[in-house]
Design a protein around this ligand. Structure first.
Ligand SMILES: Nc1ncnc2c1ncn2[C@@H]1O[C@H](COP(=O)(O)OP(=O)(O)OP(=O)(O)O)[C@@H](O)[C@H]1O
Ligand SMILES: [Mg+2]
Length: 328
């Protein structure tokens, strides 16, 4: 693996087929980072005070990379965007968020920010903030779509903040089942879990662990051909309803398979449920499983986000921090 590959965090294809990559910046990248800052910020309309970013020079950018983290996006070999992070005012803050004009409206900024948020979560950060200029409500709305909400005022800016998912590193399939089994300890009747992740990410493997932890009748296997399968409890706990929404296009189709009857007295887990299954309950546990970019590495990162009153971040962090359960 080259040094560069080690710093590469994620890759994706743009709609036009070009490759978008995000990697961590080193001090050697300071000239590239400065170029991106100038190109991205000069292209913005100046309202009121000049953005601080335009006063950056090589020295200040190098210092920012040394004392924080820089994330650079490339389209092919061309620098396309930048985000920098640093601890400021007792919080983890994003700054210098910019995409070059020629790479806008293609999903570069969204991908870059999602990668940054995930990376921050894997480094144990719990919350993140940024400053958004008050004159640009559309920018605030954009951050709103990425989970940020207004959390205060600072000069001519709104402080936008959000909490980060709980991130767990899972080295192999057994560890994934062990994680599922620990999650089962906090799951109860009526809970909805939505599992997301590419083909073969480990959604079913995690569900096997949840089934084992709940003590339901097995085997838990991919429900692909039946859409949904009910695993009754072997004791007096809730049943596990395991749904595969891969082929379902909409919530209406999901409702057709008549889950309502079982929802209240079961734990319902929907694979591929993002964008389809949210309407089944008021709250839910979102589980996002990601593979690294090295295809030979089995390690997965699992991101847990509780939505609604039912879940607290602390509860999820406690579950994932617990010792792995021994197989019995
Ligand atoms: N760290 C890991 N966590 C989970 N599974 C792993 C891991 N490493 C290797 N594997 C293997 O990857 C495969 C994951 O398959 P699984 O069926 O759980 O994925 P899935 O997300 O449900 O896929 P699909 O989208 O097809 O439903 C299994 O063969 C499992 O043994
Ligand atoms: Mg599956």
């Amino acid at each position: 693996m080259t040094h560069d590959a080690a710093r590469e965090l994620a890759a994706a294809d743009l709609p036009d087929g070009r490759e978008l990559t995000v990697r961590l910046a080193t001090v050697a990248d300071a000239p590239v980072a400065l170029e991106v800052i100038h190109a991205a910020f000069l292209a913005r309309p100046v309202v009121g005070e000049k953005p601080e970013a335009l006063a950056d020079d090589l020295g200040s950018v190098r210092a920012r990379i040394e004392h924080g983290t820089g994330y650079l996006a490339f389209v092919g070999d061309e620098p396309a965007g930048l985000v920098m992070t640093a601890h400021q005012q007792g919080a983890m803050r994003l700054g210098r968020v910019g995409v070059l004009p020629q790479f806008r409206e293609q999903g570069v900024a969204s991908f870059l920010v999602e990668v940054v948020l995930e990376h921050l979560a894997t480094t144990g950060e719990e919350r993140v903030q940024l400053l958004a200029r008050k004159e640009f409500p559309r920018i605030q709305a954009w951050w709103g779509r990425h989970g940020f909400s207004p959390a205060g005022d600072e000069g001519n800016c709104v402080v936008m903040a959000r909490s980060l998912p709980v991130a767990v590193e899972v080295p192999d399939a057994d560890a994934m089942r062990a994680l599922g089994s620990r999650l089962a300890d906090v799951l109860r009747a009526g809970d909805l879990v939505i599992a997301t992740g590419d083909l073969g990410a480990g959604k079913t493997t995690l569900t096997q662990g949840i089934g084992a932890g709940l003590g339901v009748s097995g085997p838990v296997i991919s429900p692909t051909f039946v859409l949904s399968r009910v695993h009754p409890s072997l004791g007096d706990g809730p049943a596990l309803v395991h749904v595969d929404a891969y082929r379902l296009g909409s919530f209406a189709e999901l409702e057709d398979i008549d889950l309502d009857a079982s929802l209240d007295d079961s734990v319902t887990l929907v694979e591929w449920g993002a964008g389809v299954a949210e309407g089944l309950a008021d709250g839910r546990l979102d589980i996002d499983i990601r593979r690294g970019i090295d295809p030979d590495d089995d390690t997965r990162w699992v991101f847990l986000t509780g939505v609604g009153e039912r879940w607290t971040r602390d509860e999820l962090a406690a579950v994932t921090a617990g010792p792995a359960k021994e197989d019995t």
